[in-house]
Ligand binder design. Sequence first.
Ligand code: ADP
Ligand code: ADP
Ligand code: MG
Length: 454
Amino acid sequence: MFSKILIANRGEIAVRIIRACREMGISTVAVYSQADKDALHVSMADESYCIGGPQVADSYLNMAAILEAAVVSGAQAIHPGYGLLSENAKFVSLCEKCNIQFIGPSAEMIERLGDKDEARKTMRAAGVPVTPGSDVIDDIDEARANAAAIGFPLLVKARSGGGGRGIRRVDRIEDFDNAFLAAKAEAQSAFGDGAVYMEKFITPVKHIEMQLLCDKYGNVVCLGERECSVQRKNQKLIEECPSPAITPELRQNMMAAAVKAAKAVNYENAGTVEFLLDQDKNFYFMEMNTRLQVEHPVTEMVVGIDIVQWMIRIASGAKLTITQDRVYMHGNAIECRINAEDPDNQFRPSCGTLDFIHIPGGPCVRFDTAIYQDYQVPPYYDSMIGKLIVQARSRELAIRKMKMALSELTINGIRHNRNLHIDILSDPVFVSGEYTTGFMEERQKKANKKKTKG
Ligand code: ADP
Ligand code: ADP
Ligand code: MG
């Protein structure tokens, strides 16, 4: 087992990983930008190193500075968290060269699965159902012909896209040429890779993903699903485990497909297979995320397994001692992402000093965050400032508990989306469990109609 781990991230996930290390008796090394000198992850870690300026390009994406901190501190491993360098194959291969264990899959695996086009081909070959669509196409005439065959609406997707970006919907053949060229240009500037492919736009649809843990010896367990259909601009807002739409039989089938996907590539460490689930309960592979997921706590609360601790154990060469028949799902968990943004003003990011905060508590209430009283939310980073997670015996009780916890949550000094979450949890469509990825947009449309009428 490692005795010292460097955490190459910030915010709530850095704090989350430090907690896991502490519980395991492992020393921690934090890295931080100049804007984060007063951040919680810095004061919680045993050691810390400033790695550059406030912009992520200068600090949290600064591979040389991070590796230097690892070498100087004598850290044996690096946990990347999510986002930032977590799916950066170049960083992983640099870790390998510096003899530092990256806590996650190999550089080769990340490259292979991060290329959405190649991942689709691999999964299709392995017999995992894949969203209908095309391979990467460069030629616009060929693309148009393929688009007509796929049918509209469709999505043009960047092969190297992520974080909800690099996706463009096209509704009519007349709009195709412009959309295709714009998508390519966008992908080139955002990801340094202009390659795009097409997928049939499936609607209405649910986003259901499967959590996997895989050790170095070919053992794979699936910790069940998360329902992530409450999304705004392709970014998740509320997640739950289990999904209200899944029967035990469908769960078995989707879990088997996820395990097949992992085994097809000899996957190692924690990973998530994202599926689309259509109205007729057909499911399609969308992508595999080769990292810890933002919403991992809902799974942890329901199955009682610490995913971050397992990532560390697996990276150190330990064997999985969890077997599939011993994975039990207890009750229901829900997560609300608390974002520093203004729902009344086009979700514009909000920053400033938190002059008062109160964090809810009580049985089975968890708030993963790095904020504290008088903390200054900096303008440079992701707007998510915390995740409120609850677990209860049934979905109905979990919704009730979440509403209570949200109403207790107090964060003064910035704009945030707490009240939006309270509204969503009372929305009959959410309560029915039948919501799909179009849910937030439909809500917005209804609200706009009301406004113009009233
Ligand atoms: P997950 O799939 O784990 O729920 P998301 O897909 O929402 O998480 O985001 C994945 C990662 O991409 C997150 O770590 C997040 O910080 C990052 N990310 C999300 N949105 C953006 C964005 N607009 N620009 C850059 N990175 C983003
Ligand atoms: P990212 O890598 O940015 O997470 P994904 O390919 O996972 O991109 O897609 C992000 C979201 O977009 C999904 O969670 C889903 O809501 C929606 N989406 C993606 N592909 C399709 C599709 N073919 N049909 C309908 N919705 C889709
Ligand atoms: Mg995704």
